[in-house]
Design a protein around this ligand. Sequence first.
Ligand code: TYM
Length: 323
Amino acid sequence: PTRRISGFKPTGPLQLGNYLGAIRPTVQGQGEETVVFVADLHALTVPHDPERLRDLTRQVAGLLLAAGVDPDRTVLYRQSDLPAHAELHYLLECSASYGEVHRMIQFKEKGGGSGTRLSLLTYPVLMAADILLHDITDVPVGRDQRQHVELTRDLALRFNERHGPVFTVPRAVHPQVAARVADLADPAAKMGKTNAATNGVLFLLDPPDVLRRKIMRAVTDAGTDVVYDPAGKPGVSNLLDLLATCTAQDPARIAADYTGYGRLKSDVADAVIALLEPIQQRYDDLGDADIEHVLARGAERAADHADATVRRVRAAMGLAGRA
Ligand code: TYM
């Protein structure tokens, strides 16, 4: 059977790329077994403020619920509530090599200075632990996380070869459109919740007028033609991707409907606002106690499967059994 997992790092407020690349595909897959978690341990890999981490963790969990994660069908929990993540992380570090982790693109982009937290280097191994704990088959993620899922596969296959069939080997799955939403102000960069300049980032909780202003100011490409050409015209193509994915159409086909950028942008703004307004309303209706209740129940439900995996790994590696 298919088992999916989706994780979100509370390092900033969720943005549209998170929704289109991962949240929506996960919500749509909820007919099958689904695990969703707030990856608060991952947020400790970069300088952080404890108070802000607590607030963002609650906000991310609330937005996941508002965006359609159904706590009756899906196990939704906070990573740090399950010690099994940290334990499996360490055990997997003993199968991973320095070289294969060091070459991860995200570390090359963000890490390297002598003040870099060691956990930023080993973060992909923690991500592998997150996935392998739950015997996941499919990991719906944006394109930026593909390399980490490949590493997870490599670690699982190697472990199974050495120690027998302990892990389920997962694969990454990406949406056809919007697997890498670009920053509106800098189409060469991916939209990200921690981007320094936020005028190109559409946050899920941005009010409609802010969303519209950011979209109307989006950087477009030289010329005035509206054509779908992601390599040659990344700015316009990103807008076409957004409109196509919000309205369930094909980006190359809708390009023909437009003769200039102005009307394209205002249609993108209408579509994004129509997509996000209901999520924002549901978010406003959620109380802190509701969110905390869901997370507590989720951690309880996730624990049995996770603990069973860790017991299997410990035994395979020659460690003593545990009561
Ligand atoms: P994070 O928190 O950076 O992003 C969460 C999810 O959103 C996707 N995403 C995007 N998709 C399309 N376009 C974008 N511009 C865009 N920006 C973000 C990400 O690909 C991701 O799917 N390491 C993960 C969190 C994590 C995780 C896991 C995910 C930890 N353990 C286990 C899945 C399974 C991360 O930093 O995602």
